[in-house]
Design a protein around this ligand. Structure first.
Ligand code: AMP
Ligand code: GLY
Length: 434
């Protein structure tokens, strides 16, 4: 372990995930100062927001050199999939900066479903059976669909802003989607190739590791609630809430997850000489007690981070330094035994159309020792008021002796203290576990 020297840190992103990360990084003995680009009104309480376009690698490079940044932490997937990690490795002045996030090659776990599936096949990692199609085997794909049991899962190969997965309940819909994706470029380049896969039935959970490419630390698992309506009904969203731990993730289930999924993934990356120093997010499904990979992501989840990070007791910068130095094998994780639940407040009309700019009432520094607010789509307007600035506006995370207790605390704060025009949130986060 290094002696403590203060570090200039840059965190990229602007959601609730980044507010939770900024909150945690700001508590580190190493951090001074923390910059967040572009951040939101919440991250501004944990560091200095800077107006940087996170897809503009030259601008990030210039900022890092000007401000003598020593660590870069990447929240969202897009810069990673587009090669920000490689950009840092390719420039002499940037090489010495600790960079948290995989190389472009590693980020293909999220950036290409086809790569992820082939990777899982190579390393015998359990996942839904599948075939991939593009314009070269288009007709074959039609026949494959016609003979496939229902429902059929169609996935655009590339990043499609979380919208690239279609679950089709009948053949007409499946063939129409197939045509839309491959021939009408429904998701542009991202759907030039698609994966058609078997539908798995079970309960999903999100598992995260921090890896240095050799070893890994298993973070607390979480479950997110994706649908807009109570009891998981209605449209899919970015996530309406999350809980951690997940009661069905028992020790024996998690042993299977480590042995059959996590270890072969980390070892597989190493065997394939893929530089990966960052988070791997395993979107898993429990099928009759056995875990399968639904998807990989090359980053933390949102809103899972808002329950996972508050349960982490380690100094996060310390863990990141160990990650970059490939010393994670010597690190030990310390986890808060309490449960955590977060409830996301969104804008009226989300996830379809919504308005922004409504003043948020009830924001304060402290909600007692058991609750925290992480802001997502918020900004400060010209009158220095914090206003809504997105679909997902903020979330309230609480600790509790169990999930029901934690969720009840968050719900009470949302009901009693927070308000803005058009506020909506689910009142049943964690319902299956109460
Ligand atoms: P996304 O988060 O947009 O990638 O959506 C993926 C969601 O689609 C997952 O969270 C699952 O709920 C569902 N899904 C994806 N693949 C499968 C599959 N093979 N079987 C069942 N559900 C799936
Ligand atoms: N909550 C799921 C995700 O971040 O992709």
């Amino acid at each position: 372990m290094h002696g403590v020297t203060l570090m200039n840190i840059l965190l990229l992103g602007s959601g609730g995930r980044e507010h939770a990360l900024a909150w945690k990084l700001n508590q580190s003995v190493w951090t001074n100062p923390l910059y967040i680009a572009p951040g939101n009104a919440g991250t501004a309480q944990c560091g200095i927001n800077v107006e940087l376009d996170i897809s503009d690698f030259e601008a990030i490079e210039k900022f890092c050199i000007d401000k003598k940044i020593e660590m870069v932490v990447v929240g969202p997937e897009e810069p990673l999939v587009n090669g920000l990690g490689d950009h840092f490795k390719s420039k002499e002045e940037l090489q010495k900066i600790f960079f948290i996030g995989p190389s472009k090659s590693g980020a293909r776990l999220e950036g290409s479903k086809s790569f992820a599936k082939e990777f899982m096949m190579r390393h015998k990692i359990p996942t839904a059976s599948y075939r991939q199609f593009d314009n070269t085997n288009y007709e074959e794909g039609i026949d494959y669909l016609k003979n496939h049991p229902l429902p059929i899962v169609l996935k655009a190969d590339g990043l499609a802003a979380g919208k690239g997965v279609m679950i089709c309940q009948n053949y007409i819909e499946a063939i129409a989607e197939y045509e839309l994706m491959l021939q009408q470029s429904k998701f542009g380049e991202a759907s030039k190739k698609i994966v058609v896969e078997e539908f798995l039935t079970g309960i999903e959970l999100s598992v995260f590791v921090l890896t240095d490419g050799k070893s890994y630390l298993l973070l607390p698992e979480a479950k997110d609630y994706k649908r807009i309506g109570e009891k998981d009904t209605g449209l899919n969203t970015g996530g309406m809430g999350a809980v951690s731990p997940v009661p069905f993730a028992t020790a024996s289930f998690m042993q299977k997850v480590e042995k059959q999924i996590i270890k072969p993934t980390v070892d597989g990356l190493a065997k394939e000489n893929i530089d990966y120093r960052g988070f791997v997010f395993f979107g898993l499904i429990n099928v009759n007690g056995d875990p399968y990979v639904i998807e990989y992501n090359c980053r933390l989840g949102d809103p899972e981070t808002e329950v996972v990070i508050p349960r982490l007791e380690n100094d996060l910068v310390g863990l990141f330094i160990s990650t970059c130095n490939q010393e994670l094998g010597e690190a030990k994780l310390s986890v808060d035994p309490r449960s955590a639940a977060t409830i996301m407040a969104v804008s009226r009309g989300y996830p379809v159309t919504y308005e922004k700019g409504y003043e948020i009432y009830g924001l304060k520094k402290n909600y007692g020792k058991d609750s925290l607010i992480f802001q997502a789509g918020t900004t400060e307007n010209q009158e220095k008021r914090i206003v809504t600035n997105g679909g997902r506006v903020l979330c309230v995370t609480s600790y509790g002796k169990n999930i029901a207790d934690a969720a009840a605390r968050s719900l009470e704060i949302l009901k009693e203290e927070i308000d803005y025009d058009g506020i909506y949130y689910r009142t049943d986060i964690g319902y299956e576990f109460s």
